[in-house]
Design a protein around this ligand. Structure first.
Ligand SMILES: CC(C)(COP(=O)(O)OP(=O)(O)OC[C@H]1O[C@@H](n2cnc3c(N)ncnc32)[C@H](O)[C@@H]1OP(=O)(O)O)[C@@H](O)C(=O)NCCC(=O)NCCS
Length: 304
C-alpha cells in the first residue's frame, strides 16, 4: 500500500483541500460542524484562522492527491480548541488516517489547553466511533432550525415603545456580559472582537439598560445567516423581547443580498426557546451532537 503523507496545509494545496472539504461537508455522513459548505465560504474561514491556516491545518496526501483534512480553531479565552474534521476519503483505512492526523496535531496544540471539542451529525458514524473510542464524551445535542426567507412574515410590532432594538455600542459591554452565558461557545469578549458588517450584535434596551441581545453571523458565500446567540435577562422574559429580537435579526439578515435562510441551534431540552422559534416560523432540520475531551484527564499525548 502507498504511504499516506501528513503535512501542513499550504498555499499550493489550499484550493484542492477546500474543494475536498466542501464535497464531504455537504453529506450528513461526513459533516463536521463549523466550516461552511461552499468552497468560497470554507476558503475564507480557513484563511481567517489564527495565527494562520498553515499552522492550524493538516492534510493527508495519497499519491499527490488530498485524501484527508483536520484543522483546529483555538479559543485562547477558553483554553480550548475545536476540531474541524477529520474529513477522509479513503474508507478502507479511515481510522488509520484519522489517528495519524490526530497524532500529528500534537506539536500544534498549546500545552496549557484544557478542552478539545468537536460536533457532527449522528450520521457521521466514522467520527462518532473514532472520537468515542478516544475518550471524547457527549456533552450537548442541539437541533438546527431553519427559517426560510419566504416564511418570514415581516417585522414584529414594538408593543412597548420604551423598548429599543439597536446595534451594540462598546459602552454596553458590562451589561451585555451579564446576560451572555459563560458556557456559550464564544465568550462575550470573543463575540465583540468578531463584530463587523456581517457579524452583528443587536441589543434590546429598556430604560437605558441592555436587557437582551441577539448575535448573528452572515455566511455570504453560503447564502445564509446564523443566529448564534439569543438571550434575554431572566427578569425581562415573557414580554415579547425575544420575539422582537428574532424578528429584527431576521429583517437585518434578509436585507443582505442572496440570503435564503436563517439558521439557529437550540439544545434539545430547551423547549422554551424551541417553542419561541417554531412560533416564529423556524422548522427543524437536523440534530448536531457535541463531544469533548477533558485534556486535564486525558492528555493529547495519550493517543497511540
Ligand atoms: C429563549 C428566550 C430568549 C426567550 O425570550 P423572551 O423575551 O422570554 O421571549 P418572548 O417573551 O418573546 O416569548 C416567551 C413567551 O412569552 C410570551 N409572550 C410574548 N409576549 C408577551 C407579552 N407581552 N405578555 C405575556 N407573554 C408574552 C410568548 O408567547 C412566549 O410564550 P411561550 O412560553 O408559550 O412560548 C429567553 O427565555 C432566554 O434568554 N432564555 C435563556 C437563553 C436561551 O435559552 N436562549 C436561546 C438559546 S437557542
Amino acid at each position: 500500500m502507498n504511504e499516506i503523507l501528513i503535512s501542513n496545509l499550504s498555499q499550493e494545496t489550499l484550493d484542492e483541500t477546500v474543494r475536498f472539504i466542501s464535497s464531504y461537508q455537504n453529506a450528513d455522513e461526513s459533516f463536521v460542524a463549523w466550516l461552511g459548505y461552499s468552497t468560497n465560504e470554507i476558503k475564507s474561514q480557513l484563511m481567517a484562522l489564527t495565527p494562520s491556516f498553515n499552522e492550524r491545518c493538516l492534510i493527508a496526501v495519497d499519491r499527490g492527491v488530498v485524501c484527508g483534512f483536520l484543522g483546529i480553531y483555538v479559543s485562547e479565552d477558553q483554553n480550548a480548541f475545536r476540531l474541524l474534521g477529520p474529513y477522509i476519503s479513503t474508507l478502507n483505512n479511515w481510522n488509520e488516517v484519522a489517528m495519524n492526523l490526530l497524532n500529528a496535531l500534537k506539536p500544534i496544540i498549546p500545552a496549557h489547553f484544557s478542552m478539545a471539542k468537536v460536533s457532527f451529525y449522528n450520521a457521521n458514524v466514522n467520527c462518532k466511533r473514532m472520537y468515542e473510542t478516544n475518550d471524547f464524551s457527549l456533552y450537548n445535542a442541539e437541533k438546527t432550525l431553519i427559517l426560510e426567507k419566504k416564511s418570514f412574515t415581516g417585522l414584529k410590532e414594538v408593543t412597548n415603545p420604551e423598548i429599543i432594538i439597536r446595534d451594540y455600542h462598546s459602552s454596553d459591554f458590562n451589561e451585555f456580559i451579564q446576560i451572555h452565558p459563560t458556557t456559550a461557545y464564544f465568550t462575550g469578549s470573543e463575540v465583540v472582537k468578531r463584530l463587523n458588517h456581517v457579524n452583528r450584535l443587536l441589543v434590546a434596551e429598556l430604560a437605558k439598560r441592555v436587557i437582551g441581545y441577539g448575535y448573528f453571523e452572515i455566511f455570504v458565500a453560503d447564502e445564509f445567516a446564523e443566529l448564534c446567540f439569543l438571550n434575554v435577562s431572566p427578569e425581562s422574559r415573557n414580554r415579547g423581547i425575544g420575539s422582537l429580537l428574532i424578528s429584527r435579526v431576521a429583517n437585518e439578515a434578509i436585507k443582505h443580498q442572496g440570503i435564503c435562510h436563517i439558521q439557529i441551534s437550540v439544545r434539545v431540552n430547551n423547549q422554551e426557546a424551541e417553542r419561541l422559534y417554531t412560533r416564529n416560523g423556524f422548522k427543524e432540520k437536523n440534530v448536531i451532537f457535541a463531544f469533548q475531551r477533558d485534556l486535564n484527564i486525558y492528555s493529547w499525548d495519550d493517543f497511540t
